[in-house]
Design a protein around this ligand. Structure first.
Ligand code: ADP
Ligand SMILES: Nc1ccn([C@@H]2O[C@H](COP(=O)(O)O)[C@@H](O)[C@H]2O)c(=O)n1
Length: 202
């Protein structure tokens, strides 16, 4: 199994890049795991308490469960990937049965911050977009798709997102084998990564 880690700040386009890569590969060959599925279970907190959590700090992620799941997949065993609800700021009760594939892609802002998880990736990719571009994308996406408003996105950006990005996420660029510039759609880079994957599959 080839495990590819794709990191980068919020709004840089990780999910979009992953979709562009996997859309042209047969479903049974490649699987995707999102770090968002591994936000800590916060069911013991009220909605108001959950809304105040710093979701951009490595502490917000259940890396232990993510590590266990990656080990199971490597052994050829399926996992129950949790499903996350952004509007609720919590995991739902649903899971997605995820079967091992020849290629597994793990994507998320913080996946390269954790040394043990980092070691599990055969290829590490960092998607880069400038912070103003990322903020614009995040605003539009979170208002349209994640049940947020302008005030919520901007205050989270100033209070936690930007400082955490500078402290934890941007420095992980140094671990990347490949950096994808993504201020504009980058089909050349996407094709290169897809070629690496199809080589592995053949
Ligand atoms: N290269 C790009 N140019 C313009 N918009 C983009 C680009 N890549 C992604 N987007 C848009 O930006 C938003 C955030 O992208 P997404 O892939 O969800 O980022 P991430 O997973 O890194 O947070 C989405 O609405 C997406 O359609
Ligand atoms: N309840 C939550 C949990 C996380 N976030 C934000 O999501 C961002 C990471 O996801 P991307 O798809 O953008 O990579 C991260 O920056 C968190 O601030 C949230 O808003 N609410």
């Amino acid at each position: 199994m080839l495990i590819i880690g794709i990191a980068g700040g919020t709004g840089c386009g990780k999910t979009t890049v992953v979709n562009q890569i996997v859309n042209e590969i047969p479903e049974e060959e490649v699987g995707v795991i999102s770090q968002d599925s591994y936000y800590n279970d916060l069911s013991h907190l009220t909605y108001e308490e959950r809304a105040k959590i710093n979701f951009d700090h490595p502490r917000a992620i259940d890396f232990e469960l993510l590590g266990k799941h990656l080990k199971r997949l490597r052994k050829g065993q399926p996992i129950d990937q949790p499903v996350y609800s952004f509007p609720k700021h919590n995991r739902t009760k649903d899971v997605i049965k995820t079967h091992p594939r020849k290629v597994m892609i793990v994507e998320g802002i913080l996946i390269l911050t954790h040394p043990e998880i980092r070691k599990m990736f055969d290829i590490k990719i960092f998607v880069h977009a400038d912070s103003d571009e990322r903020l614009i994308r995040r605003l539009k996406r979170d208002i349209h798709e994640r049940g947020r408003d302008l005030e919520e996105v901007l205050s989270r950006y100033q209070n936690t997102l930007k400082p955490m990005h500078d402290q934890f996420i941007e420095p992980t660029k140094e671990y990347a084998d490949i950096i994808i510039p993504n201020n504009k759609y980058n089909t050349v880079a996407v094709n290169i990564v897809r070629t690496i994957i199809t080589d592995k599959l053949n």
